[in-house]
Design a protein around this ligand. Structure first.
Ligand code: MN
Length: 199
């Protein structure tokens, strides 16, 4: 993984004199965590991010996460984001990359589940990412339990699937994105965030 320059794409796409998004100068340290940002861009999606190697590995999930293990949702790998992006909630101005309202929909610590099963050795998060199969236990306010991200086998390495693993936290038939519509940091919904930003 090109850890040293993995934020170059992030920086190249944004004009920091126009957007209030973080410039991404710092590498993050600390305990592994995830964040999910609900993003009302040209089309609404949820950005699923995992801290790995000092940056946020990021996927755009058009339909958002589900707690139902029978539901497989497309997750499109996007550019690495800086760790401090996890705190970003607000409005990206019109005309800028990703223009629209961003909400911190969920966040919390995660645990790498690929720690070996007797047959296969443990994999670090970096290795799992390269393998195209990531398994993590999330301890968020909304999302809990095991989630797997699996890269499509084939010619498009940007396409992955996000699936709830079958465990005690699975909730078949639930509709988390439908019922959970507020920020975990401000308690605001998308309209409230836009209003607060003066949009
Ligand atoms: Mn996004």
């Amino acid at each position: 993984m090109p850890a040293d320059d993995s934020l170059e794409t992030y920086k190249r796409k944004r004009r920091f004199e126009k957007t209030t998004e973080p410039a991404g100068e710092k590498k993050g340290k600390g305990k592994p965590f995830f964040v999910i940002q609900k993003h009302a861009a040209r089309s609404l999606h949820y950005d699923f991010r995992l801290s790995v190697g000092g940056v946020l590995k990021s996927w755009a999930v058009p339909k958002g996460p589900s707690a139902d293990p029978s539901v497989k949702h497309l997750a499109v790998l996007v550019e690495d984001h800086p760790i401090e992006y996890a705190d970003f909630e607000g409005v990206i101005p019109k005309g800028e990359y990703g223009a629209g309202t961003v909400m911190v929909w969920d966040r919390g610590p995660y645990r790498n589940l690929k720690t070996g099963d007797g047959k296969h050795g443990p994999r670090t998060m970096e290795q799992s990412f390269e393998d195209g199969h990531v398994e993590v236990w999330l301890d968020g306010e909304k999302l809990k339990g095991g989630y797997a991200l699996t890269r499509f086998v084939g010619n498009d390495d940007k396409k992955w699937l996000l699936v709830k693993m079958r465990d005690s936290e699975a909730d078949p038939g639930s509709d988390l994105t439908g019922t959970e519509t507020r920020s975990v940091i401000s308690g605001l919904d998308l309209e409230g965030i836009a209003e607060k930003a003066g949009e």
